[in-house]
Design a protein around this ligand. Sequence first.
Ligand SMILES: CC(C)(COP(=O)(O)OP(=O)(O)OC[C@H]1O[C@@H](n2cnc3c(N)ncnc32)[C@H](O)[C@@H]1OP(=O)(O)O)[C@@H](O)C(=O)NCCC(=O)NCCS
Length: 149
Amino acid sequence: MATVRYAQAQDIAQIEALELATYAHEGYPKAFFYQALAQWPTGFIVYCEADQVLGYLLAAPGQANEHWIMSVLIAEQARGKGVGKQLMAYYLDGLAANSNEQTQIKLTVAPYNSAAIALYEKFGFKKTDFLPQFLGPDADRILMALQVS
Ligand SMILES: CC(C)(COP(=O)(O)OP(=O)(O)OC[C@H]1O[C@@H](n2cnc3c(N)ncnc32)[C@H](O)[C@@H]1OP(=O)(O)O)[C@@H](O)C(=O)NCCC(=O)NCCS
């Protein structure tokens, strides 16, 4: 059975494996995920089938009335089946339910990552800036933002 829920400590080994499979040494390390779970439990969401974690989304507060989506990652074999959409919907619904104020959600994405850009545009995110070398010398990013109330 498929489930979307907040992440738990016992998910982290599988999240780390997902991260390694896609990003190798450039992914977030395990210790970061444990720290994220402590700091931002309502921004850390997983998609599971049976006991298998097939995707996660991690978001965190930024400046006042601002949140950042830091990562959305789906296992390669589960991509293109609506998992990313389910994680985004769960996160945005939770944020709307827990906030009375206007909030801006920001994220950055590689300019060539058309699948991710299409996913974010589906939820109303707009491209707002181009950030040269934002993640290092070879890593230009597009800034995208969504205003929610
Ligand atoms: C980008 C990613 C998160 C999308 O998740 P997903 O579960 O595959 O996406 P979904 O199946 O929910 O699709 C959502 C929408 O994204 C778009 N999309 C998904 N895959 C696409 C592809 N290969 N090409 C173009 N658009 C695509 C479609 O608009 C789709 O909506 P639709 O099915 O109603 O047309 C996933 O491919 C992934 O993990 N990629 C590697 C990591 C990554 O790039 N993360 C984002 C970093 S910013």
